[in-house]
Design a protein around this ligand. Sequence first.
Ligand code: XMP
Length: 328
Amino acid sequence: MQQILVRPENMKRIDSPALAQAYIDEQVALIREQVGDGKVLLALSGGVDSSVVAALLIKAIGDRLVAVHVNHGLLRKGEPEQVIEVFRNQMHANLIYVDATDRFLNKLAGVSDPETKRKIIGKEFIEVFAEEARKLEGIQFLAQGTIWPDILESESGIKAHHNAGGLPEDLSFELVEPVRILFKDEVRMVGKELGLPDGMVYRQPFPGPGLGVRCVGAITRDRLEAVRESDAILREEFAAAGLQGKVWQYFTVVPDMKSTGIKDGKRTDDWMVILRAVNSVDATSATIEEVPYELLLKIRDRIFREVKGVNRVLYDLSCKPIATIEYE
Ligand code: XMP
């Protein structure tokens, strides 16, 4: 038995628990065959793809999977805690948690150009992961959450395959890619069957640079906190209103800009929170969600009450094109 690198043309779409279970059984056998009694390393972000890969590997080889979760300080509220709860506490994974917040934020201090921010985050991520990998002994394999659209897009030149390579030359591993031939909806179906929580399986797309591109301009800790707290409020209220899993992507943005307000009879000079909620099929175009007005007002009130340093809340009406989904 060999890893399947190309999606067979006649492969049935995995759209039922039974097909998902059959895929899991097949992959568990393939992973055991490939890995033997070796050890596998995985960068576990907590996103759908790497989480499903982790769950498959835990099922196949238990604690011979070493999962590394790097917290770059730009994750959403509660995310690192959820990764630890699900993988370490519930699935008993061999999980290494690295809080690298200070490293990332120090490197990003004063940097306002979006592409430079992205490069710093990407480079630092590889460095932190490589440092952890070098501390470990006897690892021969690297697992990755590559999925079939990644392969198709890199073949057609639309985007560089973000998973491939990137590690320094002294770290060369054989790849294990157990969801490589799956489409996103199939990865979710398999994740559900593996028992991952809905909040992980059906979560909205989240960019690699995380909240870093939503704290527009040079990132500061206090403004980043305003992004994180307002995003948590937006997500909570969308979930309570039954919009979770129905709206493609929703988040908040805090630009590096202040405006005048008034509080307790005194002038304030504070930030604004922009709410964004869009629908899309593949992120190449997007329409805006018609969020009920009452819900917008409820979110506004909570943000004013609970988030420090904010005196204005706006709702973004821009579709893609002309705007992009993210702000930078
Ligand atoms: P835009 O802003 O280009 O976003 O309309 C389209 C989709 O891609 C996500 N996005 C990113 N994902 N790294 C990622 O992994 C990035 O640097 C990045 N920038 C944007 C965005 O959230 C949306 O889903």
